[in-house]
Design a protein around this ligand. Structure first.
Ligand code: G3P
Length: 217
């Protein structure tokens, strides 16, 4: 399973990249706003900076919600760097735009996916990635992981190339369960990625090894 980091914070992206396990980055307007990035030029420069840090795909979300606007914005984003994946919302004009981008060889990430039907539409339109938001489903008492399992079955039934990019991942168990279910990618906060390191028996075991090592040094 590929690990993407779900942030626009350059320090966190660098930290995950330095760990050597990072396959890409996802951003969204809320994450960009959180970093205080304002104005078209700054936004564009920020995407370029992210692409310089990582080797893999970088999702950049369009703001337009009409077909022409999505296409114009998406083409401009895609032209920034071959790593850019145009992130398009799961709406009617978004699906049309994904079909267009797919015909032009532009990578897409269909975002705000909350049902298997939406994921199926995105795959049929030729999306590179589909982003089901598991944490936000959990927030409204609906099992987000069940959606990942459902989409996996549907994509496998028909051999869709669209990759399942589990998003709105909140903690380590989400990551582990996504891996069990065959999600192609999990995009996670840095805290969840680093959380995978933790086990008290590792800490205790290392402490004891280091104490015993002193006995023969
Ligand atoms: O990038 C989309 C998604 O990962 C957002 O997550 O935590 O705001 O639900 P969250």
């Amino acid at each position: 399973m590929k690990f993407f980091i779900d942030t626009a914070n350059l320090e966190q992206i660098k930290e995950a990249q330095d760990l050597g396990v990072l396959d890409g980055v996802t951003t969204n307007p809320s994450l960009m706003a959180k970093e205080g990035i304002k104005g078209h030029e700054n936004v564009i420069n920020h995407y370029k900076a992210i692409c310089e840090i990582v080797d893999g795909d970088v999702s950049a979300e369009v703001i337009a919600t009409d077909y022409e606007g999505i296409v114009k914005e998406g083409e401009a984003l895609a032209a920034l760097n071959p790593q850019i994946v145009v992130k398009v919302p799961m709406i009617k004009d978004g699906i049309k735009a994904i079909k267009y981008f797919s015909s032009k060889g532009i990578k897409t990430n269909c975002t705000l996916v909350f049902s298997a039907g939406q994921a199926l539409l995105a795959a049929k339109a030729g999306a590179t990635y589909v982003s089901p938001f598991i944490g936000r489903l959990d927030d409204v008492s609906t099992d987000g992981l069940e959606l990942i399992a459902q989409i996996r079955i549907i994509f496998d039934n028909y051999g869709y190339d669209t990759q399942i990019l589990s998003a709105s991942v909140r903690h380590t168990m989400h990551i582990i369960k996504c891996a069990e279910l065959g999600s192609d990618v999990a995009t996670c906060p840095l805290s969840a990625i680093l959380g995978l390191l933790n086990h008290p028996l590792t800490d205790n075991g290392l402490k004891k090894f280091l104490e015993d090592a002193k006995k023969f040094q």
